[in-house]
Design a protein around this ligand. Structure first.
Ligand code: SF4
Length: 76
């Protein structure tokens, strides 16, 4: 089963960790606030990106390390 990821921009503290580490998935959308580089699934206000299989571990790591817990990873 694939995994998907989204960013809660309201709680992101612009620490730069996620897009420094995984620029294939995260980007700076202004003032250092992060979001996913591509929207594959829209669910109301939630914009999810499907995580490429080869990046799943790295995305999970930055989600664990995000200081504000703003990166949400779920099974797709
Ligand atoms: S790691 Fe978390 S706090 Fe830091 S830029 Fe990414 S989403 Fe924001």
């Amino acid at each position: 089963m694939g995994m998907k990821v989204r960013v809660d921009k309201d709680t992101c503290t612009a620490c730069e960790l996620c897009y420094d580490r995984v620029p294939e998935v995260f980007k700076d959308v202004g003032d250092g606030i992060a979001d996913v580089v591509q929207v594959d699934i829209e669910d109301g206000d939630e914009k999810w990106m499907n995580i490429p299989d080869n990046l799943t571990d790295e995305v999970q790591e930055v989600a664990d390390e995000c200081p504000s817990g703003s990166i949400i990873v779920e099974e797709d």
